[in-house]
Design a binder for this molecule. Structure first.
Ligand code: ACM
Length: 568
């Protein structure tokens, strides 16, 4: 437990520096003299200047704003301060106030979405967003200027009414900030393991706190169908539940016999969409077709290439190519796809609809006489052309409603349909290949972005162990290196981190995989290339760890254990 001790030591040091000792001194006010080197904002802002002094934030400080567009930001700021610090701000719909926090929106149409300025002076705090989301990100930076030790947070008790609420000294700074990339996302697989709505909201808060703006929600796969379907209710009756789950690391030590599953109702999904939107996060829902469809076939075996063989939702992982999980081409299947993608678009209003398109084993099509007949009738020379045909049919449904298709990078080999955005997971090259053909792309290369893969060589925690995705590797990923020649780099929309949940059945394990690597990903896609600095990121981590503590999140502390063992 060397690591735990070391982290506690780091956090203790940090608390003493930031809070002026637990309890914040006899008058419970921090000394501004202790406030040097105390700014640790992740992701690193574009321009930041620490100036002298600090602003005393206490119970009852006014937060003033004029624009209705500021309401989401005001609500987030107030909730955070109440929840984590027991402070209650007074909200005023009025002109800027002296000795207050003022939130402005000053629309600058040419400014990137998310650009803002933040000024903290000893007298007042002013955040100016060049658009609504910019204001929201300015609030996130302000929250990261707060003292971050549990003792500081707890000093005032848990409720806003606690008379002993602390005065929090906010270091004076001037920030000018804007994101590098327009798409900064996190993915969550709720198929292998499902998470309650309350936790999905918590996950969305984590995304917001990292100034990320897309939540990629992987809703269907071989092991379950997780969205309510009114057009095809058997997807929920039969497709949403598996009879057990593999025990241990694949290929496993058997299958437990616990029925597992569930699905999100339309109302719940709409609630999530609304919750995310109030944090300037767009939900990108995914229905994965035409492979990864065992849960569909469990409900509707007639949609498969072996309609007479009963199928059940998979109880194990890694079934690609081993068990038949592909849809068969045919009008009844295309009608099914039209129905479920329309249901999806009724719930999710965002521009992007993820259609999967990964890991479809063509052997099942090659071995099916009916599929071969379909291909002949439609002039499809090989199964690559068939997969393209599938993608086109689904894309037609999506684009008919003015939406845009995202597909995993197998699309580049098997059907890059017009206007599709490619999400590159096998490596980075899929994105560059798509961009060379004039398509937009999003990075999610497994070697740098899959947070379900082990993060240290000797990993005791159950997770994918095929390789190591260390924090340093995640942080070091450059999406547009100099060595890459693409005519239009602006086609790269950004990137995301992925959390596949085979080995992540609950919050503690999930967050151990997530943090601090998600914080590194936030910096990769937000911060200017020149502003990224691994050593500075390491220096900021103890503060970030203290923030995870404040949020009640679990995290992996190994990076400091590694540094320690290196130096011994
Ligand atoms: C994937 O990991 N199959 C996208």
């Amino acid at each position: 437990m060397i690591g735990d001790c070391y982290i506690k030591y780091l956090c203790l040091t940090l608390c003493m520096v930031v809070c002026g000792a637990a309890g914040m001194g006899p008058d419970r006010v921090q000394s501004p003299d202790t406030m040097e080197n105390d700014v640790a904002i992740i992701p690193q802002p574009l321009e930041m200047k620490r100036t002298k002094g600090s602003f005393p934030l206490s119970d009852g400080v006014i937060v003033s704003y004029r624009d209705a567009g500021a309401e989401n930001s005001v609500a987030f700021l107030k909730n955070y301060l109440r929840q984590y610090y027991g402070l209650a701000l007074q909200e005023r719909r009025s002109a800027p106030h002296r000795s207050a926090i003022t939130l402005n929106i000053s629309e600058k149409p040419q400014a990137p979405k998310g650009a803002y300025e933040l000024k903290v002076s000893p007298e007042y705090i002013e955040i100016t967003g060049y658009n609504e989301e910019g204001l929201f990100y300015g609030v996130q930076s302000l929250l990261q200027l707060l003292p971050v030790c549990k003792s500081g947070a707890a000093a005032g008790g848990d409720t806003a009414s606690d008379a002993t609420a602390p005065v929090l000294q906010i270091p004076c700074v001037r920030l000018k900030d804007a994101p590098r990339f327009e798409y900064r996302g996190m993915h969550l697989d709720v198929v292998r393991h499902i998470f309650p709505v309350s936790y999905i909201k918590q996950y969305i808060d984590y995304i917001a706190l990292h100034k990320m703006n897309y939540f990629h929600w992987h809703l269907t796969d071989d092991q379950g169908w997780r969205m309510e379907s009114r057009s095809h209710p058997r997807l929920n009756e039969l497709g949403a539940y598996r009879e057990g789950t593999i025990i241990g690391l694949f290929p496993g030590k058997g299958i437990d016999s616990t029925r597992y599953g569930g699905f999100y109702t339309i109302e719940q999904m709409k609630e999530i969409v609304d919750y995310a939107a109030r944090r300037y996060i767009t939900v990108v829902p995914e229905i994965d077709v035409p492979g990864h469809c065992m849960a569909v076939l469990a409900a509707y075996p007639e949609f498969g290439t072996e309609p007479d063989k009963p199928v059940k939702p998979a109880v194990t992982w890694g079934i690609y190519n081993r068990q038949n999980n592909v849809l068969a081409p045919g009008e009844k299947v295309f009608r099914f796809l039209e129905d479920v993608f329309n249901e999806l678009m009724d719930v999710f209003p965002g521009e992007y609809i993820h259609i999967g398109a990964d890991e479809c084993a063509h052997r099942w099509w090659e071995e099916s006489a009916a599929t071969q007949r379909f291909m002949e009738e439609h002039g499809l020379k090989d199964t690559k052309q068939l997969q393209e045909y599938f993608a086109r049919r689904v894309s037609d449904v999506v684009t008919a409603r003015g939406r845009t298709v995202i597909g995993w990078d197998e699309m580049v080999d098997n059907g890059l349909v017009d206007g599709a955005v490619v999400m590159s997971w096998r490596n980075e090259k899929g994105a560059y290949r798509a961009m060379k053909q004039g398509h937009r792309a999003i990075m999610a290369p497994a070697a740098y972005s899959y947070l379900n893969i082990k993060q240290k060589e000797k990993e005791d925690t159950l997770c994918h162990k095929s390789r190591t995705v260390s924090l340093e590797k995640v942080y070091g990923f450059e999406p547009l290196p100099d060595s890459i020649s693409v005519a239009d780099p602006s086609l790269l929309m950004g990137g995301e981190g992925c959390m596949w949940t085979e080995y992540f059945p609950h919050k503690e394990r999930l967050e151990y995989g997530l943090f601090p690597r998600m914080s590194a990903i936030a910096e990769v896609y937000w911060s200017d290339r020149k502003a990224r600095d691994w050593h500075r990121f390491l220096q900021k981590l103890p503060s970030q760890f203290a923030r995870y503590d404040l949020w009640g999140a679990n995290y992996c502390t190994w990076i400091f254990e590694e540094k320690r063992s290196d130096s011994q």
